[in-house]
Write a protein that binds this ligand. Sequence first.
Ligand code: CA
Length: 230
Amino acid sequence: MRILIVEDEPRMLELLRQGLYEHGFTVMTASDGETGLAMATAHELDAMVLDIGLPRLDGYALLRALRASERRTPVLMLTARDTEDEIIHGLDGGADDYLTKPFSFPELVARLQSITRPRREKADCAIRAGDVVVDPVRRTVWRNGESISLTRLELLLLTCLARQAGQCVSRQTLIEFIWGAEHAVGPGALDVLVNSLRAKIDAPGGQKRVGTVRGRGYIFRSAAGAEKNA
Ligand code: CA
């Protein structure tokens, strides 16, 4: 899960970043409201942890601007004081939940999981792309009714490609989806993974599912005949 933390207090930001990273989240950070809004608009996020008192744009204003841009990213607000006004103001502005400082990490993680659950369940439905069916939840893949066994990373790659079947998915998007933005992987890692997926997903002598878009990324082809441009 990819989380954006917007917090201006350096020690609190570092504490949150480290703690969420250790809990398996992919973490992005911003220390002022304007940068936070720009990042929240530019990236597909699973959730956002938002401080209220921020320089350049406060948490309420950021949230209003985000909701005005139709972004439904779940937002957990951090409030310094447990005052009813502040909480009501935040929830009215489109926050999904709030947490009062100081808080415990298990509580923070539980709240984040709770606000992201409806989205995850929706996102995790089986994906159908031609005769290939991918179910990221049950971790099963079928081609032409035949079950195919994939590794965890191959499954992530196929999920990302199949969700956008017919469109080129950039190398950067794939790398971040599979390994997370925090993890540096060598440039060859993605190509190695693509080749191992191809070896499993392509029927011998059949159509190539995963096409290379030179210099840009990869594309999942579900329609017959589309491989002419490979
Ligand atoms: Ca603050």
